[in-house]
Design a protein around this ligand. Structure first.
Ligand code: NDP
Length: 244
């Protein structure tokens, strides 16, 4: 089929940096039409303008995934623009790591709100449209922290285990909507900036020397989306070769 025939309407949350930004660039290169969401609209607008200047199709809209009404408005704007919603990449995430006994309760709540509730809000916003279409694709960004638990990562790991669990549940329920979990290991991005504890942030940043570029994760997302409708790539784990 021609590239135009394969073009999909794709929504990406957390597209203002890191994996989301790299995914926007990769999917635009593949000819998909994009709606990009995040809170830093200056970055989003510049990204969309750069994609359009390169001959791609992208628009930017302010989005806070913790607000279900905002997520719904984001999906509605996409539907208005494209007349359909083929793919939602639930990518927005934060990682303020700390030991549980530091009792940084507001940061726990933030991770649950963005990493877990945000994904659920995304599903709620697009699932009715996809069911009405008889097709669609949820791509949820988990983490290798959804496969194991490391020191200072209890709550972050809990949210990422939850993303894998709810994705598997949605997959089992769905006969027309595809569900893919993307499970990255250490990846270069701005994620460590959300670590509030200085000592923890320094320690984690010390591990990032082996991190792979965000484009490596974007490639896995592109691969999952590019499969035929009847083929659902359930999960892709992508780690640095040097990561234990
Ligand atoms: P970044 O910090 O670079 O990107 C995170 C993105 O999430 C930003 O665009 C940010 O945009 C957005 N975001 C945060 N809070 C919200 C919110 N409330 N509403 C909307 N958008 C929000 O990190 P990554 O690219 O690394 O993170 C992307 C995903 O990948 C996350 O889910 C993360 O957990 C996951 N991941 C990352 C790994 C890594 O090593 N980097 C490893 C495994 C998984 P803004 O602040 O403008 O709203």
């Amino acid at each position: 089929s021609s590239p135009a025939a394969a073009a999909k309407a794709v929504l990406i949350t957390g597209a203002s940096s890191g994996i989301g930004e790299a995914t926007a660039r990769r999917l635009a290169d593949a000819g998909h039409r994009l709606l990009l969401g995040a809170r830093r609209t200056d970055r989003l607008t510049a990204l969309a303008a750069g994609i359009e200047a390169n001959g791609g199709s992208a628009a930017a809209l302010a989005l806070d995934v913790t607000d279900p009404a905002n997520m719904h408005a984001f999906a509605a704007a996409a539907y208005e623009r494209f007349g359909r919603i083929d793919v939602l990449v639930n990518n927005a995430g934060v990682m303020p790591l700390s030991r549980l006994d530091a009792l940084r309760v507001r940061e726990w709540d933030r991770m649950i709100d963005v990493n877990l509730r945000g994904v659920l809000h995304g599903i709620a916003a697009v699932l009715p449209v996809m069911q009405a279409q008889g097709s669609g694709h949820l791509v949820n960004i988990a983490s290798v922290s959804g496969l194991r638990v490391d020191p200072t990562a209890a709550v972050y790991s809990a949210t990422k285990h939850a993303v894998r669990a709810l994705s598997e549940g949605l997959r089992q329920e769905s006969r027309q909507v595809r569900v893919t979990v993307i499970t990255p290991g250490l990846t270069r991005s701005e994620l460590t900036a959300s670590i509030g504890e200085d000592a923890t942030r320094t320690a984690v940043e010390g591990q990032m020397g082996i991190a792979i570029p965000a484009a490596a994760i974007a490639e896995a997302i592109h691969y999952a989306i590019a499969q035929p409708e009847g083929v659902d790539v359930n999960e892709v784990v992508v780690r640095p070769t040097a990561q234990g």
